[in-house]
Design a protein around this ligand. Structure first.
Ligand code: GDP
Length: 453
């Protein structure tokens, strides 16, 4: 996600880093490059203007001229301003004092609302809540079924009108008024003691008055605590106008960026928080129900600036595995000490278990340059790494430096690979180990000592 933007910004800073003092011309050149990178990434013009204005002003101030390392100071400023346009503080869901908490999902058709309903339900269930999903999307023939499928995958009940199921107490005829369905869903949540109600609404391919009216009617009927506007990060400049239309027509308390896994320019989505003044609560990053994260503006900024997002990585590890193992790994990541080939392998296996290897790698710091390699990354690679590491003796695993030519040949034979494969693995491990150490020393941001977190 944001790969191109990230690459562009990273190379802008690389040019800057060779300079000691920064002249006004240096600052202007940098700001110009940043402006171009943001515009090319589809960030809204107003946001770009505000952003570059703030960066320029701060970059020319004493904050930078008196800094020990002016170039790093500029990167720090860009980081802070980026966090600002992404909404500043992390904003989590607000729960009602008197349950059920009602969450209404709004957005265009195909934005990812139904998928999000399932993701949110799964997440909330994991946190001990008892969500109920309501299918108030009765426009699309398959919408109700789709929500039911999603509900089933999440293990969360769905309140929906469906034909031919006489006798169930939530039967309403298909084609029923979505407002009535939403209202009945709320009633059901109350009587069945669900503490969260997630209402999926209909979307259209484009913004229209009827769509807005219906969403507003549902809003009035269920009085949501949160209205989440779901926006497809890939829709480009239209994101801003669509967001504005929903802000005016229905209003919303928060934004969810979906399809952030795509490699679209994505910048329009970055403008939404700033243009509408509403925070981004979640990011959707794939079709699986677990492809879902709380949106942290600071971490997203770090990712865009290729400073890595180790915290999210660790959190996902924690979610997917037993806490002890994850904690041990987190400790090693944080201290940079004692990271061995066995850990490297364990990390690979864990990453694979987590499903989406590439995505995980993208969160590691310093990966912008390696992105091409990552794109050709293949899960079979993990099998190969596994075979190679398993063919090593415990001594070799602890201290790979002892691996000479004959040991290398033996390992290659034992693992059905080549000496080059073994070498490549050792080089990668060496790089990972260095990165861990560097990260530990610089407090999480490799190559930027002294920047802190
Ligand atoms: P709705 O019309 O707003 O309810 O959108 P859906 O939830 O039906 O999603 C539309 C399509 O986008 C479906 O094919 C989903 O599987 C897909 N989708 C939803 N969220 C994501 C995401 O975060 N990443 C990707 N790659 N696909 C997604």
């Amino acid at each position: 996600m944001f790969a191109t933007l990230s690459d562009r910004l990273t190379s802008t800073f690389k040019n800057l880093r060779t300079k000691g003092r920064l002249s006004e011309a240096d600052v202007d050149a940098t700001v110009r490059e940043i402006r171009r990178a943001l515009l090319d990434a589809d960030v809204a013009v107003t946001v770009v203007r505000q952003f570059t204005g703030a960066v320029r002003e701060r970059a020319l101030s004493a904050e930078v001229s008196q800094a020990l390392n002016p170039a790093q100071q500029v990167v720090k400023i860009v980081n802070e301003e980026l966090v600002g346009i992404l909404g500043g503080e992390t904003r989590t869901l607000r729960f009602a004092k008197n349950p059920p908490t009602v969450i209404l999902l709004a957005g265009l058709q195909g934005a990812g609302k139904t998928t999000l309903a399932g993701k949110l339900a799964l997440q909330l269930k994991g946190e001990g809540h008892t969500p109920l999903l309501v299918a108030a999307d009765l426009q699309r023939p398959n919408a109700v079924t789709q929500l039911q499928v999603v509900g089933e995958r999440a293990g969360v009940p769905v309140f929906a009108p469906h034909p031919g199921n006489q006798g169930a107490d939530d039967v309403m005829p298909l084609g029923a008024d979505p407002v009535a369905v939403a209202r009945a869903g709320l009633e059901a949540a109350r009587t069945r003691q669900h503490d969260v109600l997630i209402v999926d609404t209909a979307g259209r391919l484009g913004v229209d008055a009827e769509l807005m009216r219906q969403a507003a009617d549902i809003r009035d009927a269920v009085q949501p605590d949160e209205i989440l506007f779901v926006i497809d990060a890939m829709i480009g400049q239209d994101a801003v106008t669509t967001a504005q239309a929903f802000a005016d027509g229905v209003g919303f308390t928060g934004v969810v960026l979906s399809k952030l896994d795509g490699d679209a320019r994505g910048g329009a989505a970055l403008s939404v928080a700033s243009v509408t003044g509403r925070p981004i609560l979640f990011a959707s990053t794939g079709e699986k129900l677990t492809d879902f994260e709380v949106f942290h503006p600071d971490r997203m900024a770090s990712r865009i600036l290729d400073m890595g997002d180790v915290l999210t990585l660790i959190e996902q590890a924690e979610r997917a595995f037993d806490a002890d193992q994850a904690e041990a790994m987190a400790g090693k990541l944080a201290s940079g000490e004692g990271f061995t080939l066995a850990d490297f392998l364990q990390q690979m296996q864990q990453l694979r278990k987590m499903g989406s290897l590439k995505k995980m790698f993208g969160m590691l710091p310093g990966m912008a340059q390696m992105r091409d390699a990552l794109d050709s990354f293949d899960e079979r690679e993990v099998d190969r790494i596994e075979a190679i590491i398993h063919s090593m003796t415990p001594g070799e695993r602890d201290n790979p430096k002892i691996i000479n030519g004959s040991r290398r040949a033996r390992i290659a034979r034992g693992s059905g690979t080549t000496a080059t494969d073994v070498n490549q693995l050792l080089e990668r491990f060496d790089a990972a180990q260095k990165m861990m150490r560097q990260m530990a020393r610089s407090g999480g941001m490799p190559g930027m000592p002294g920047m802190g977190n």
